[in-house]
Design a protein around this ligand. Structure first.
Ligand code: ADP
Ligand code: MG
Length: 288
């Protein structure tokens, strides 16, 4: 790794109120490359939310260290700095909305950074544009009269307006339909590509992470059991099932086609890559 922005070393977390002595995270070590999209996957209860809540100091390590963009968590001084750099969205982020207008909601977070009125407005307007909700149309509306997908994008704009270097998203599209999810992730992807934001995404939708993530981190029972690019992790078919994760249907289909003798490269893990590879394989077949 050339430039890790997040370094987690031997992180263990035991909830005080939890089952006596059983850690929610055990000895997890990992690093996330600046500007990449990392996905944390695992079944319910595997420790995903516990892990991401360490990234902005909502939870403190029981032991081990978390270093984010050079700031080591644990030092009290580091916490403020950390919260500026890490924008967080949780499940059902529309529950985080509360202001009477869309603009007021998006401006709420940056207002606490002590910005002047003009910069505040500029940032909120730019953030709304960045999630496809132009201010001239949406700024004055109540967030509660928007669709579910639009409300989540307002919540995303509120986080982007903080100009975070890291965006941590804990299953932010649960309950949205396929179009709503695709739209939401389209804007996340743009923030990653255009602003260089590092994305840490918690999801248990394998098709979703195959399309978005540069690297997967698999948690099982609070331990990191696998990591790697999606296409590599998805090769561990049997173990995936052991961890309660299913391969994306596409990967399963490609494995079947390979067994039937179609020459498909191993790196294929999205529909677009599959189509390109399949048309190549067809041409290859026609040539012989
Ligand atoms: P995931 O997000 O993968 O579903 P969590 O990080 O929420 O997993 O939970 C990991 C483990 O920690 C689970 O056994 C869960 O019951 C426990 N846990 C989560 N939050 C708390 C809490 N606030 N108090 C006590 N135990 C908790
Ligand atoms: Mg969770």
């Amino acid at each position: 790794m050339t430039d890790p922005i997040i370094i987690i070393d031997n992180l263990t977390h035991v909830y005080r109120s939890g089952a006596a002595g059983r850690p929610a995270l055990s000895d997890v070590s990992l690093a996330i490359e600046r500007g990449s999209c990392a996905a944390i996957v695992g079944v319910t209860g595997s420790g995903k939310s516990t892990l991401v809540q360490h990234l902005n100091g909502l939870l403190r390590p029981t032991s081990g260290t978390v270093t984010v963009d050079g700031v080591e968590l644990g030092a009290a001084a580091g916490l403020r700095e950390l919260r500026r750099r890490v924008g967080m969205l949780f499940q059902s982020p529309e529950a985080q909305l509360f202001a009477p207008t869309v603009l007021a909601d998006v401006a709420f977070g940056p207002r606490r950074l002590g910005l002047g009125a003009q910069e505040l407005a500029d940032r909120a307007i730019a953030a709304l544009a960045a999630v496809g909700l132009p201010a001239h149309e949406y700024a004055g509306r109540s967030p509660f009269e928007l669709s579910g997908g639009q409300m989540r994008r307002v919540a995303l704009a509120g986080v982007l307006a903080l100009l975070p270097t890291i965006l941590a998203l804990d299953e932010p599209t649960v309950g949205l339909d396929a179009d709503g999810r695709a739209e939401f992730y389209g804007y996340v992807r743009r923030a990653q590509l255009e602003r260089g934001v590092t994305v840490v995404l918690v999801s248990h939708d394998m098709a979703e992470v195959a399309a978005l993530a540069d690297r997967l981190f698999v948690l099982h029972g609070g331990r990191l059991v696998a990591q790697g690019p999606p296409h590599e992790v998805f090769l561990q078919g049997e173990r995936l099932r052991e961890w309660g994760l299913l391969e994306p249907p596409l990967v399963e289909l490609l494995a079947l086609l390979r067994r039937r003798g179609l020459a498909l490269p191993q790196h294929v893990s999205t529909v677009a890559e599959a189509l390109a590879a399949l048309s190549g394989a067809e041409r290859g077949r026609a040539d012989v």
